[in-house]
Ligand binder design. Structure first.
Ligand code: PMP
Length: 427
């Protein structure tokens, strides 16, 4: 972790820096750039890594190992070999997983929508039958989690982050007091966008929550569970196992997908939970679908073979994206660290670098980048209702552009940060 204190500069120094930055900015604007660092998408080179899955994995043999014809209807929770492939990613057993469609976001949306309409196991009524439903949203966080809540009319309560994960003092207090708080989002490993992994203590405190709502659920979105960027990766305790120790295993819904392993929008998404929860979810889900895409499940199982196959594959992703993270971090170190105009940390994995500028500068920075042809995630997007209370957080997504594009985009970004910061300090 490296956080820099905001440097104190003389006014004339600030004016000089502002003028220099503006001059550089004008030059960059003339280059007619068109670069996109807005979403965490794999680059085409990363997608190429899984191409064989599309060409060789089925080869006329559509039978699963237990003799299921994967071309036909059936098997709501997924074929055996796909389950075996995905189980270790969440650390769950055979009867604790459902292999869904091609998007974990969709699984999360559906899970939330079913809870609102029909209720969850152990609840005495659907969440939506309450006068109000509230959700805890650790922030900065994943904008699409917040968008799900907003679209379903669920009131979001922002919870701050600590270097160990969501602030559990706040979480414990809020859930114990308010029966209308029905759940919490958490990206437990290499969080989007901060890159923070929950400490063992945080996971244990999650597992031992005592919510006032008996139908409370933790939405544990482990999207980046195998997305390491170092030889000494972070480790994460298994929430479901911890919750079994406290007898609160039904409080846990876990999600992941192979979107950033194989193909986004063409991967496998899955939900893990207690066997009891899974049985209950299946009883609701059976009205939604007869079964998901088993041909895709078979392709994934044959292509990766097993969890070791996934781990090996992730090393190839790392080889492509690690240098991109380095470009961003080196530029921030060189250009911004000496000014004290922002702080960030080097994530051990995941897809993002979270930049915290001076208060009140994020919107202006994003706007300046946009005018120069560099699209970033909208300022504020990492907070519920798109409202960053300090207007200082910007999510940088380095994976999609080429290294040359990224270097150029970061040049624009650093100049924009300098302009926004000096403007704000000179006000
Ligand atoms: N969860 C998190 C935390 C993500 O960052 C993303 C992708 N940006 C997703 C879920 C989306 O996953 P999927 O493609 O499986 O819907």
């Amino acid at each position: 972790l490296y956080y820099k204190e905001f440097a104190i500069m003389e006014k004339n120094e600030l004016i000089k820096l502002n003028e220099e930055a503006k001059k550089q900015y004008d030059e960059l604007c003339k280059q007619g750039l068109k670069l996109d660092m807005s979403r965490g998408k794999p680059s085409p080179a990363q997608l190429d890594l899984s191409l064989d899955m599309l060409t060789h994995c089925l080869d006329g043999d559509y039978m699963s190992e237990t003799g299921v014809d994967c071309r036909n209807y059936g098997v709501l929770d997924g074929i055996e070999e796909a389950k075996r492939l995905c189980m270790p990613m969440l650390g769950v057993a055979h009867d604790e997983i459902i292999i869904g469609g091609n998007s974990s976001l969709q699984l999360m949306y559906d899970t939330m929508a079913r809870a609102m309409l029909l209720g969850v196991l152990g609840g005495d009524k659907p969440w939506g039958k309450n006068e109000k439903v509230k959700f805890l949203c650790p922030a900065p966080g994943y904008d699409r989690h917040f968008a799900i809540c907003q679209s379903l009319g669920i009131e979001m309560i922002t919870v701050p982050y600590t270097p160990d994960g969501p602030d559990m003092d706040v979480v414990e207090k809020l859930v114990s007091e308010d029966e209308l708080i029905k759940g919490i989002w958490c990206v437990p490993m290499y969080s989007n966008p901060e890159g923070i992994t929950c400490s063992d203590e945080t996971v244990k405190r999650f597992a031992n929550l005592s919510p006032k709502a008996k139908d409370f659920r933790i939405f544990w979105d482990n999207a980046y569970c195998v997305h390491h960027l170092t030889d000494t990766p972070d480790t994460l305790l298994n929430l479901l196992e911890e919750a079994k120790k406290t007898g609160k295993q039904n409080m846990v819904f876990m999600f992941a997908s192979t979107s950033k392993i194989s193909f986004p929008g063409g991967g496998l998404a899955f939900i893990g939970a207690s066997a009891e929860n899974i049985k209950f979810i299946k009883s609701q889900m059976t009205f939604q679908t007869i079964g998901y895409d088993k041909l895709n499940q078979l392709r994934h199982a044959r292509f990766f073979k097993d969890f070791d196959g996934i781990k090996e594959h992730m090393k190839k992703h790392r080889a492509i994206i690690e240098p991109k993270f380095k470009i961003v971090l080196d530029m921030l170190d060189k250009e911004i660290a000496p000014t004290g105009f922002g702080s960030w940390h080097k994530p051990n994995g995941g897809y993002f670098i979270s930049f915290n500028g001076l208060d009140g500068t994020a919107k202006r920075t994003v706007e300046l980048c946009k005018q120069a042809g560099v699209v970033l995630t909208g300022a504020g997007a990492t907070y519920p209702y798109g409202k960053d209370p300090h207007d200082n957080n910007i999510r940088i997504a380095p994976t999609y552009p080429t290294e040359a594009e990224l270097a150029k985009a970061m040049e624009v970004f650093c100049v924009a940060v300098k302009i926004a910061a000096t403007e704000s300090l000179l006000k």
